[in-house]
Every structure is written in C-alpha cells, then in structure tokens.
Ligand binder design. Structure first.
Ligand SMILES: NC(=O)c1ccc[n+]([C@@H]2O[C@H](COP(=O)([O-])OP(=O)(O)OC[C@H]3O[C@@H](n4cnc5c(N)ncnc54)[C@H](OP(=O)(O)O)[C@@H]3O)[C@@H](O)[C@H]2O)c1
Length: 340
C-alpha cells in the first residue's frame, strides 16, 4: 500500500517513524508492504514510485533541509497527478475554512484514493460532503487521529460497536484544558499561573485560545457526533464555553462538594455542547492530567468508557496506524474474495 504523506511536522514524522517500525510486522500479517512514496511539507516535496526511506525523511526534516524539491504547484494538483493508494493528510487544522486539508482530501477522494487524516478542520466543518464523496467514489475516509490521539473511540464505535445505538456521549476531549483544571484543583493554583506553566512545559500553545476557549473540544465533539451518532452537525452547531473564567474560588467550592471542574463535551437529545461542569470525584469523567476520556451510553452494552492519551507524536501516529491497518484488512478481504 503506497502512502502520500501531506504535512511532515510532529504527526507526519511520527507516522514515518511508525511505518519504519511496523512495516515488517504488517507485511507478515497482511502480505502487503506499507511504503511511503510521497511526502510534502509547506514548501517542498519528494516522490519516488518505488518507495522512500521513512527515517531518512525524518533526518532530512530534522536537519532543517527541505524534503527534496521545492514545490512549484499546489499540493492538490500534484495529488491528482501522482501515483499512490492512500493520502495521509496531516496539515494544520484550520477551523475557519478547513484549508488546505479540505481541498487535498477532496482531490484524493475524487481520484479514487483512500484518505486517512489527523486534520480536524475538514471533518468538523464538511463531514457530510466528504463522507458522501468517499462513498460515491467507493473509497474510505478514516479519521481516528482527529479525536483523542491514542484513544480508539471512532474505530471502536464504527467497527466493533456497529450494531449498537449510541444514545448519548460525554467526554473530555482536550488534554491541555484538563491539565490546567487538574492542576488548579490539586494545587489550589490560579488559572493564569497554571496556563503559563503549561506553556513552558509545551502542553499549551503560545496562543492558547484554540484549546482554552473550547474550539478544539467543539471541533472534536462535532466529528464524534457525526461519525458515531449519525447526526449532521458542524463545529458551528456546538454551543461552546471555554475555561478562561474558571477561578480558584470556583474550583475550591467544587472541592467542598467533593467535585472537580472539567471541560465536558456532551451530546444528548438537548443538543451538542462544550462547557465547564462539576464532576463528582470518582466518576469516570473525573480524570486528571492530559488524558482524554469518552463515556458513551448504548442500547445493548450500556455504559462504555474509553480513556487514553489525547495527543503527541507517537500517540497520534498510533491512531493513524490503526486506520491504515483498517485499510490493509479491507484490502486483504478484497483479495481473498470474502468481500466484494
Ligand atoms: N500534534 C498532535 O499531537 C496532534 C494530535 C491530533 C491531531 N493533530 C492534527 O494533525 C495535524 C498535524 O499536526 P502537527 O502537530 O503535525 O502539526 P505541525 O507540527 O505544525 O506540522 C504541520 C505540517 O504541515 C505542513 N504544512 C503546512 N501548510 C502546508 C501546506 N499548505 N501544504 C503542505 N504542507 C503544509 C507543515 O510544513 P512545514 O514543515 O514546512 O512547516 C508541517 O510539516 C493538525 O491538523 C493537527 O490538528 C495533531
């Protein structure tokens, strides 16, 4: 299976390393060789039909060299010309217009290529049209890495729990907010102090608004609502309140009632919402640190809770690998004639 990697930052390099590490194992299991044939960053690209050395690509990138040649065309134009099987789209999330990821993904789907992505923008804004485009072209669009890095929520729900009806979902979908709220509660520290600490530790961005204003959580919740509950919402349909206004006093008051404050995303009959809530200590959602958690209620299984790491180079690469394994499995079934 030949991969074109678009975006070669933290996640892209993590994927290259994971491919190098797991290639033999996957070949043994599926009889198919996972090869990176193209890689793009914001300015350069490299393409080799026979496959590239993943670790050499990471070394070049680390050394501050481009990936190969300077790119003179749009990535999307090249995606319609080059020969590959799967686009792995890992450019930055853009919640305003979803570009450049949206056009890259559309192009690959239109050209009959499967797509795996970690980019939240296209899924949070244009899920329905991308899903339909994939179906019309008989290919797959997989996006486990868009929500909860190494927390296998989407594939679990869409594959193993396919026969279940998910009635409601509640979760913590942003590790940065959870770190800040946990530290405030455990150490009695003010919001601004913990935010600065999180920025120094690399847990929060220099501009933290995407996380602390709930934008990231709302994007992820929109993706889950569509993918798991079959609804048709976008990021704009999610009612959203962030954590900037959470004071030490509010956290202390919650503690007196044996509760913690957490930024919770919830989908139920009332709608889709991200907001700070009080959670009883000991409840599955009262997790600490940078972890993510999703608690869902289904008609047959009842309550299911999935906890895991939400972000990071290896963790997000793990989610992308799970989607690639899904495609390898499907291809193996096609070859064996078990599935049309
Ligand atoms: N990091 C995580 O833990 C994590 C977890 C889940 C999901 N995600 C999502 O995964 C995606 C990638 O995240 P990241 O952390 O790897 O970001 P990153 O480190 O900023 O890397 C982004 C990459 O995209 C490239 N790029 C930017 N604009 C481009 C364009 N127009 N065409 C082609 N390439 C372009 C950049 O090129 P240069 O190298 O030249 O700058 C860089 O290689 C984002 O959508 C993010 O939201 C990340």
């Amino acid at each position: 299976m030949r991969l074109a990697l678009v975006g070669f930052g933290t996640v892209g390099q993590g994927v290259a390393e994971a491919v190098a590490l797991k290639r033999e194992l996957l070949k043994e299991h599926f009889g198919s060789d996972l090869r990176i044939v193209a890689a793009f960053d914001s300015r350069s690209y490299v393409y080799d039909h026979d496959g590239l050395d993943p670790l050499a690509l990471v070394e070049r990138k680390k050394a501050g060299k481009g990936l190969g040649k300077v790119r003179r065309k749009e990535v999307s134009e090249m995606l319609s010309e080059l020969d590959y099987d799967v686009l792995v789209e890992m450019t930055p999330t853009n919640i305003l217009d979803a570009e450049p990821g949206y056009t890259n993904i559309r192009t690959a789907l239109r050209c009959g290529r499967d797509v795996v992505t970690s980019n939240k923008g296209p899924l949070a804004l244009k899920y329905r049209s991308l899903d339909q485009l994939a179906k019309r072209n008989g290919v797959e669009l997989r996006f486990e890495a868009t929500v909860g890095g190494a927390t296998p929520i989407i594939n679990l729900s869409r594959e193993l729990l396919l026969a279940e009806k998910v009635d409601s979902m509640k979760g913590i979908l942003n590790g940065t907010c959870n770190f800040i709220l946990s530290r405030m509660g455990e150490e009695g520290l003010p919001f601004e102090y913990v935010l600065k600490e999180a920025q120094e530790m690399g847990i929060a961005e220099t501009d933290p608004s995407y996380d602390i204003d709930g934008i990231d959580s709302a994007s992820k919740l929109a993706i889950l609502t569509n993918a798991i509950m079959g609804q048709n919402v976008t990021y704009h349909d999610v009612r959203r309140t962030g954590i900037r206004m959470i004071t030490q006093e509010a956290v202390a008051l919650a503690a007196k009632e044996k509760k913690v404050i957490r930024l919770i995303g919830e989908v139920n009959e009332g709608g889709v919402e991200v907001s700070p809530r009080m959670v009883p200590i000991g409840h599955p959602l009262a997790i600490s640190g940078t972890l993510n958690v999703l608690h869902m209620h289904t008609d047959l299984a009842g309550a299911i809770t999935v906890v895991g790491r939400g972000a990071g180079r290896k963790e997000t690469a793990s989610a992308i690998m799970s989607d690639l394994v899904g495609l390898l499995k499907r291809n193996a079934c096609l070859v064996n004639g078990r599935v049309k």
